[in-house]
Design a protein around this ligand. Structure first.
Ligand SMILES: [Zn+2]
Length: 171
């Protein structure tokens, strides 16, 4: 799902939380954890530009990570703290599943790791978005994904270069 939607959803959630609980710090965490989670794509973009094969590690998009955070928060402050700690990132993952039409296992770190994080191995269907092919395309790619028209990737650029790029996917 495009980051601009995550900003809108997390922002609305954070404002509602702030209004209901008056807890500004928790609301700020809700906003930041629901939006900045997408920064974990940057290392992949940079590394994939120099790889033969596209790999998707995106560590923050992992059920396992948020399960550990939830358990740690629960042990420290009970179910309310656990919910406040992982509610927004979990909602982000659910929106990515819905928006990108990928199965929930796509966001299992262990599942991806077993497949070597290889896009070819974890891809479950043909997808429509291309990945940047060089470091210099990354800013444009980000701008296109945040402000560009819906589902209009750098596909025209990727056409003809490699079939993998034409059907690659970014959650
Ligand atoms: Zn995401």
């Amino acid at each position: 799902m495009r980051p601009v939607y995550h900003v809108a959803v997390s922002g609305a959630l954070a404002l509602a939380q702030w209004g209901l609980t008056g807890d500004r710090r928790a609301a700020l965490w809700t906003f930041l954890s629901g939006t900045l989670i997408d920064l974990d794509h940057l290392p992949d973009y940079i590394l994939n530009a120099r790889r033969e094969e596209i790999r998707l590690t995106f560590v923050l998009h992992s059920w396992e990570l948020w399960a550990v955070v939830a358990v740690a928060a629960w042990a420290r402050g009970g179910s309310r703290l656990a919910l406040a700690s992982v509610g927004s990132p979990v909602l982000h993952l659910l929106l990515d599943i819905w928006g990108n039409r990928v199965p929930a296992r796509f966001f299992s770190f262990a599942w991806r790791a077993r497949r070597g994080f290889s896009l070819r191995a974890i891809r479950t269907r043909p997808v429509r978005r291309s990945l940047p092919q060089s470091v210099w395309e990354i800013p444009r790619y980000i701008v296109a994904n945040v402000f560009g028209p819906l589902r209009r990737p750098l596909e025209s650029q990727a056409l003809g270069k490699s079939p993998e790029y034409n059907t690659s996917h970014v959650p």
